[in-house]
Design a protein around this ligand. Structure first.
Ligand code: NAP
Length: 368
């Protein structure tokens, strides 16, 4: 008990000291003026949400550069009452850019990394390309905000299901040590991008008309169906998405030996992921104690009405910043474990909002 307390104090002092040093070393922060910001992948599910959030949160932008492949080049977007044209990314796209948000996939982030770094721009990357690189911070601002200041030009945004899960694990781990987590996900079509969403709508309507066609984006039809996550299968029989949850949660919570097992499933929902989570602690925690902790944590709403049998649903969180948690109960098979259910808009908090929140930490006036 004493050891855990002193470890926490040590970690707290280290974090404060590190933040202090970083604020002194302002080069890790963004310049103190309106910024030139590029969004790579701006026509996609995450990119288009990110642009909306930059406007909503009044992010200080002097010039917005919207980038995609040739497929969406020329597409017009209204941002902050002004019309912008999406451009095909090229060698000159990042000239004098201060900040790049990338959500065009891992290979595209890797392809443009050196061009971005030549400009001394900061890259906030939504892909999995650099997430497990030990020189790249992997950040959920409500959980490990100070990790941002350790960046060397790249900051990774975690996987969407991992962000939603870590929002809950971090506060609960301050009540008691977490021994093991078992999670099953219910992931919406939009997790696979804009085109997967369109495909679900089309195949659902074709199925209702009795004439379903073959899927082109996802491997199987999601219409009136579900299937295990289609990311590449690994040698250990976990798919890549499940291993992302395991490895990224360990990195964010700074607990390399954290025991976590995951089963990831795609479900016929357009937007917002859900997760069924079982958390075993070193001691019993009362559900009301956990709820109280989650209630006072940032980014979480509680939806829990046992009399009305009303708990979080994807519709509750669609286009919302906060995730919703409910059905927090003691696991009947293990008194030291809690069961809970969560839903979160994975395009928003699971990707775009999280990236903008990271950028906000880098704004200098936040630290004065
Ligand atoms: N969707 C989610 O819930 C979610 C959550 C967390 C992280 N992510 C990650 O975010 C990234 C984007 O996901 P998404 O769901 O937004 O995908 P998406 O809807 O398919 O959008 C992909 C974007 O990337 C652009 N792109 C594709 N190939 C390109 C190329 N060669 N050069 C430049 N731009 C290119 C596309 O432009 P065109 O329109 O021109 O094709 C589009 O803007 C992925 O790495 C994904 O893993 C997604």
């Amino acid at each position: 008990m004493k050891v855990i307390f002193f470890d926490k104090v040590k970690k707290h002092i280290f974090n404060k000291f590190h933040t202090f040093l970083t604020i002194l070393n302002k080069s890790s922060l963004l310049p103190k003026r309106s910024l030139r910001v590029a969004v790579l992948g701006s026509s996609g599910a995450v990119g288009s949400e990110l642009i909306k959030i930059l406007e909503e949160r009044n992010f200080p932008i002097s010039e917005l550069i919207l980038l995609s492949s040739s497929r969406s080049a020329g597409k017009k977007i209204i941002w902050n009452h002004k019309e912008y044209s999406i451009k095909e990314v090229n060698e000159k796209s990042f000239e004098n850019v201060d900040l790049v948000f990338a959500s065009a996939g891992g290979s595209i982030s890797k392809k443009w990394l050196s061009t971005i770094q030549d400009q001394n721009s900061i890259l906030i990357d939504n892909s999995s390309a650099f997430r497990l690189d030990e020189n790249v911070p992997l950040v959920v601002p409500e959980v490990n905000p100070n990790a941002v200041f350790t960046h060397n030009g790249i900051i990774s945004n975690p996987n969407c299901t991992t962000i939603l899960l870590s929002l809950v694990l971090a506060p609960l781990s301050s009540i008691a040590q977490i021994k093991r987590i078992i999670v099953s996900t219910y992931q919406s079509a939009s997790g696979a991008g804009q085109l997967a969403m369109e495909e679900l709508k089309l195949l659902t309507s074709q199925s209702l008309q009795g004439n379903p066609q073959k899927p082109k984006i996802l491997p199987y039809s999601l219409a009136f169906n579900l299937f295990l996550h289609n990311s590449p299968m690994q040698l250990n029989n976990y798919c890549e998405e499940e291993m992302k949850m395991i490895n990224e949660t360990r990195k964010i919570l700074n607990n390399p030996s954290l025991k976590l097992t995951a089963t990831c499933v795609r479900v016929p929902i357009l937007r917002s992921h859900s997760e069924s989570v079982n958390i075993e602690f070193s001691k019993a925690i009362k559900p009301h104690e956990a709820i109280l902790k989650l209630k006072e944590s940032q980014g979480i709403d509680i939806i829990e009405d046992y009399q009305a049998n009303r708990f979080p649903m994807p519709e509750d969180v669609k286009e919302k910043d906060n995730i919703a948690v409910g059905r927090v109960r003691t696991d009947l098979s293990n008194p030291n474990a809690l069961e809970l259910w969560l839903c979160g808009d994975q395009i928003r908090k699971g990707a775009a909002l999280n990236a903008v929140q990271i950028a906000e930490i880098l704004l200098q006036n936040h630290h004065e």
